[in-house]
Design a protein around this ligand. Structure first.
Ligand SMILES: NC(=O)c1ccc[n+]([C@@H]2O[C@H](COP(=O)([O-])OP(=O)(O)OC[C@H]3O[C@@H](n4cnc5c(N)ncnc54)[C@H](OP(=O)(O)O)[C@@H]3O)[C@@H](O)[C@H]2O)c1
Length: 241
């Protein structure tokens, strides 16, 4: 997609990988709306990007609220006139227990952010993209969406679900020139990544690396379909890949 002048939503864009993707997209001439719960994080990311004379807005949003997901899309259309790119990046962890020790609430809270919100945002942007015969939906999934790591069944299922959602989008909307790809990072140096096993810290990826991949994949020519999830791992990740 030729992205200059396009409008994008990046969920979880106030921090970590989402903030890095927002910065890279803005630098490439995209007008970006970032969303998350913590207004001060959205505000500081917005300020630092605006200092470079780039176009970015934010909307405080709790993605567990279905109406708030739809309102996020509508407010982006109000501000920028359209939504051409959706980056479903916001996510929460749910790790460290074996299957029998998780609860219904663990399932509901994790699915609400990682998969249900991603789906609801798709329902709101797809008609817009379909009418323009152009669009890109990027999922920031995880290596947990490729592998089946022990002690993270709920988080892993949300990420496997994101990867499968890509396939359903392609099956139904590829004919309208709507692209969708899942990027599946391994351990990345963000608040989330560094909250995990400190022993892995030396080998982690940088958020900016994932952002570079994001922009690279979104800017592929329209005739190219990246048909499988892209797994990006640290070269020396103990015990996996
Ligand atoms: N870091 C890693 O090692 C790693 C590896 C693989 C995949 N990932 C994936 O990468 C994505 C980004 O994570 P990150 O590493 O950049 O960590 P992060 O900085 O903690 O980002 C998570 C983002 O999700 C937002 N979020 C969480 N719950 C939300 C809610 N209810 N409503 C709206 N926004 C919500 C957070 O904002 P608020 O808290 O302000 O709402 C935050 O901006 C996640 O989907 C994660 O699963 C990360």
């Amino acid at each position: 997609m030729d992205i200059k002048g396009k409008a994008a939503i990046v969920t979880g864009g106030g921090t970590g990988i989402g903030a890095a993707i927002a910065e890279r997209l803005c630098s490439a001439g995209v007008r970006v709306m970032i969303a998350g719960r913590r207004e001060h994080r959205l505000e500081s990311t917005t300020e630092s990007i605006r200092k470079k004379n780039l176009e970015i807005s934010y909307r405080p949003t709790d993605l567990r609220d279905a109406k708030a997901c739809i309102a996020l899309v509508q407010s982006t259309i109000d501000v920028y006139g359209s939504v051409d790119i959706l980056v479903n990046n916001a996510g929460v962890l749910c790790l460290g227990r074996t299957i029998e020790d998780y609860s219904a609430d663990d399932w509901d809270q994790t699915f609400a952010v990682n998969l249900r919100a991603a789906f609801l945002l798709c329902t709101a942007v797809l008609p817009v993209m379909k009418s323009k015969k152009n669009g890109f939906i990027l999922m920031i999934s995880s290596d947990s969406g490729i592998h089946y790591f022990p002690d993270e069944v709920i988080y892993g299922l949300t990420k496997h679900g994101m990867n499968d959602l890509v396939q359903y989008i392609l099956a139904e909307y590829k004919q309208y020139n709507i692209h969708s790809v899942a990027l599946c990072p391994g351990l990345t140096a963000t608040e989330m990544g560094l909250s995990l096993n400190p022993a892995h810290r030396e080998n982690v990826l940088e958020a900016e690396t994932i952002a570079d991949w994001a922009v690279w994949v979104i800017t592929q020519p329209d005739k190219i379909n990246v048909a499988k999830p892209i797994l990006i791992s640290p070269m020396y990740d103990p015990g996996i890949n």
